[in-house]
Write a protein that binds this ligand. Structure first.
Ligand SMILES: Nc1nc2c(c(=O)[nH]1)N[C@@H](CN(C=O)c1ccc(C(=O)N[C@@H](CCC(=O)O)C(=O)O)cc1)CN2
Length: 294
């Protein structure tokens, strides 16, 4: 890593956030409200199973009420929708999360749009997507892009006027990430599979967000000296010492050019779950204020 490059330690930031959240949960509980999160997993995808277990463990660790519904792969869309409607009506549940990806026979958008937008702690409901798209701040923000923004803000006090390039245009990361950066005053370019020269676009970036799902895609010569690089990729590969997790960025090469970089693991990933807890706390707090106004 070059002498000036800083490693942005998402794991440490996520731990600090989680400690703060635990204190705020204790305050809410003292007022008689225990924030509740329901996680729904359909099927037995190994990575999803690990993420869901981690979400449940961390939800409980901060003192929230945690419910996990593990459904078989052949669960019908109708049965899944019935569960969501029941969770929407459950006053002990403030946040609902359906782990993605869903099996192919289930229409993802129909399921996500069935979640009460006020309980949509993933920020994937079309109403929350729309709020973010028009720059409104009263919607739920998807957890991974929110985690990236929190890491960026710690490192760059103002994002206004920066040139940001987002590699990847998924609904979970790339698109909401681009909108958050735009809302903070960045000039934003999104690249995708049809982009003619992704490397040339990346070289313009003051802020480079990489969420392509392609191990080691971004090489050292793709990065402008002094850029801040956020690696969202999580790729499982077989290394010489067994299976290992790497990002979308060739870390050692890029660290020679960048001013700051997130590692994988230990960068954006832990922030995703911390932001999920933050959104659940926010959802529970909003219910409270609604109750007070009524
Ligand atoms: N409903 C959702 N589904 C999915 C989301 C999401 O935000 N909502 N994001 C991803 C998976 N994901 C959370 O669900 C997630 C991915 C990675 C991590 C993480 O902490 N990664 C670690 C490495 C973990 C490992 O060893 O595998 C790291 O980067 O340090 C947390 C959450 C897709 N689905």
């Amino acid at each position: 890593m070059s002498a000036g490059a800083v490693m942005i330690n998402g794991k440490a930031v996520a731990e600090m956030m989680t400690n703060t959240i635990a204190r705020e949960v204790a305050t809410l509980r003292a007022q008689g409200i225990t924030p509740g999160l329901a996680v729904v997993l359909v099927g037995d995808d190994p990575a999803s199973t690990i993420y869901v277990r981690s979400k449940v463990r961390k939800t409980e660790a901060v003192g929230m009420h945690s419910v996990c519904h593990r459904l078989p792969t052949d669960t019908t869309q109708q049965a899944l929708l019935a569960l969501i409607h029941a969770l929407n009506d459950d006053r002990a549940i403030h946040g609902i999360l359906v782990q993605l990806p869903l099996p192919p026979h289930i229409q993802r958008d129909a399921v996500l749009d069935a979640i009460d937008p006020a309980k949509d702690v993933d920020g994937f409901h079309i109403l929350n997507v729309g709020k973010l798209a028009v720059g409104r701040t009263d919607g739920m923000i998807p957890c991974t892009p929110m985690g990236c923004m929190l890491l960026l803000r710690r490192f760059l006090p103002s994002l206004s006027g920066r040139h940001a390039v987002v590699i990847g245009c998924s609904n979970i990361v790339g698109r909401p990430m681009a909108r958050l950066l735009l809302n903070e005053g960045c000039t934003v370019v999104i690249t995708h599979l049809q982009t003619r020269d992704v490397a040339a676009e990346a070289r313009q970036a003051d802020i480079l967000i990489v969420a392509a799902g392609h191990a080691g895609l971004v090489r050292g010569d793709w990065v402008k000296p002094g850029a801040v690089v956020i690696d969202v990729g999580i790729n499982r590969i077989d290394g010489t010492n067994g299976p290992t997790i790497v990002g979308d960025v060739a870390f050692d090469e890029v660290a020679d050019h960048a001013r700051a970089i997130t590692p994988v693991p230990g960068g954006v990933g832990p922030m995703t779950i911390a932001c999920l807890l933050q959104n659940t706390l926010r959802a529970a707090s909003m219910t409270t204020s609604k109750d007070v106004t009524l």
